[in-house]
Design a binder for this molecule. Sequence first.
Ligand SMILES: Nc1ncnc2c1ncn2[C@@H]1O[C@H](COP(=O)(O)OP(=O)(O)O)[C@@H](O)[C@H]1O
Ligand SMILES: [Mg+2]
Length: 288
Amino acid sequence: MTTPPPLLSVEDLVVEYATPHGPHRAVDQVGFRLDRGGTLAVVGESGSGKSTIARALVRLLKPASGRILLDGTDIAALPERRLRPLRRRIQMVFQDPYGSLDPHLTAQQTVAEPLRAAGVSDKRERDRRAAELLDRVGLPTSALARRPGEFSGGQRQRIGIARALASSPDLLVCDEATSALDVSVQAQVLALLRELQADTGVAYLVIAHNLGIVRELSDEVVVLRSGRVVESGATADVLAAPREPYTRALRRAALDPTAIHGRKPRAALAVTASEVMASHVTTSEASA
Ligand SMILES: Nc1ncnc2c1ncn2[C@@H]1O[C@H](COP(=O)(O)OP(=O)(O)O)[C@@H](O)[C@H]1O
Ligand SMILES: [Mg+2]
C-alpha cells in the first residue's frame, strides 16, 4: 500500500527577483511539507523571504527552480493554461486589510466574484452563497451591501477570509493576516480560523512573526533566515527548545524588539504586551 502524497510538498524552492544589480535570491533551496487539514507556520524576521514563498505558492511569482507539489502535481513550472484549474485550490489572505479589497465592490460582490470564476453561473446562487459565507465569518446581513470603506480592519479581514473560502480551497495561505489588527480583534480572527478549519478541513500556511500566533495555530513550524530554512519541526518542540541561535533570537524578539541585530525592527517585529504573554517565555528560556 502506498501512502498518498502530502497536500503540499515544497522541494528545493528558489525564487529570485530581477534587480538592476542582477538577480536577488530571496528564497534559497527551501523545503517543507503540509498535510491535508494541517497548519504549518513560517516565521522569520522582516526580509527573510516569507511573503516571497507565499507569492510563489499562489504563483504570483514563478520560481527560478524547485518543485511545488500540490497532491503530487508540480505547479511550480506549469504554464498558465494548465495552472488555471488548480489555482482555486490555494487561496491567500493578505496582510493589509485596507489595500487588499476592491473599494468599489460591496462585501457580497467581493465574495461572489470568485464563485463566478469557480463556475457558479447563476447570479442569484452566487449572491446566496456569498451571503452564507459572510454569515459564516461572523458578519451581519446588514454588511452585505456595504463597501470596504465602511468596515473596520478586523471586518475587512473577515471579508478577505470569506472571499478566499468561496472557491473551497484545500490550502489557505495567510500572510501576516492578523498582524495589522488590534490584539483583541486578532484573537477573534484566530478563533474564526480555527473554527473554519475544524468545519472544512482546509489546511493553513500561516506566515507570522508573532510566536504567540504560531503556538496557537500551527502543528509544525519552519524558521527562515535570509531565504533559507534554519530550523523546522513540531511547533511545541521548536518553541520549547530551539536549536538555532537565530530561533532563540526571534523568540527573544517577542520580549525585546531590539534583540535582532541590536536595532529597532520594522513594524513586522513590533511586539505587544499580549504577544509576550502569549509566548509564555520563562525567564530561563528568555536568557537561553
Ligand atoms: N519586488 C521585489 N524586488 C526585489 N526584491 C524584493 C522584492 N520583494 C521582496 N524583495 C526582497 O526579497 C527578500 C525577501 O522579501 P519578503 O519575501 O518580502 O520577506 P518577508 O515577507 O519575510 O518580510 C528581501 O530581501 C526583500 O528586500
Ligand atoms: Mg512579508
